[in-house]
Design a protein around this ligand. Structure first.
Ligand SMILES: Nc1nc2c(ncn2[C@@H]2O[C@H](COP(=O)(O)OP(=O)(O)OP(=O)(O)O)[C@@H](O)[C@H]2O)c(=O)[nH]1
Ligand SMILES: [Mg+2]
Length: 202
């Protein structure tokens, strides 16, 4: 297999409507496989992408949560596409932007032609809320594989993680979910996640 360089990540564009989704083809002429990164605002989606790409600033992270309001597309090594989905649940976002979020994300899940994997982030310290469960239901409806990523695990002691994990899993309406633990601060879980992505998209 061709070796894969995560550092060769590039920003492509931001899109809102399906007619603006980039359609990037690989050497075989097929659309490149897409991976979506989803979760509430501030959960660490953009930071996780920078961590995967070994980059500090390619993906804009928010000092102002809720700033990522379109679908942000990135390519890696001309082989994979990552889509940083806008986060939900930030109180200060204007109502008209909030209203747009659901249709935009739902349309994306239905319309994307090459979506192969959804990385769904949940903060290890918080129980899922209604919006998290709503997103999971939409995602499950598409039948696209979902991996739950428990983010910011550096914020808990290793001894507290298992209990926190089980408490969250208990609230999710699905069994047999694939999950892993990750910290963009310590990079714990990064290699495991990269391997999982390669495996799931091959
Ligand atoms: N301690 C710690 N902080 C993190 C981690 N990941 C992200 N953060 C911090 O959490 C904040 C939000 O991170 P973002 O990556 O911007 O979150 P987001 O999910 O992209 O948020 P939106 O774009 O608003 O949807 C930033 O201050 C990050 O530095 C982590 O693994 N550990
Ligand atoms: Mg973001």
């Amino acid at each position: 297999m061709k070796s894969f360089d995560w550092r060769k990540a590039q920003f492509i564009k931001t899109a809102i409507l399906p007619e603006h989704y980039p359609k990037i083809k690989g050497p075989s002429g097929k659309l490149l496989t897409e991976i979506a990164v989803a979760g509430r605002s501030n959960v660490g989606k953009s930071t996780l992408l920078n961590d995967l790409f070994h980059s500090k600033k390619l993906v804009k992270t928010s000092s102002t949560p809720g700033k990522t309001q379109g679908l942000s597309y990135f390519s890696v090594d001309d082989s994979l596409i990552f889509v940083d989905l806008p986060g939900y649940g930030y109180a200060k976002v204007p109502p008209e932007v909030k209203k747009q979020w659901g249709p935009m994300v739902q349309t994306y899940l239905e319309e994307s032609k090459s979506l192969a994997l959804i990385l769904f982030l949940l903060d290890i310290r918080r129980l899922p809320n209604e919006e998290d469960l709503q997103f999971l239901k939409w995602a499950a409806w598409t039948k696209i594989p979902i991996v739950i990523i428990f983010s910011k695990i550096d914020k808990l002691l290793a001894s507290e993680r298992e209990k926190a994990t089980q408490a969250i899993l208990k609230q999710l309406p699905f069994d047999n979910l694939t999950y892993l633990h990750h910290s963009s601060k310590t990079h714990q879980g990064t290699l495991e996640l990269q391997r999982l992505i390669i495996k799931e998209t091959r």
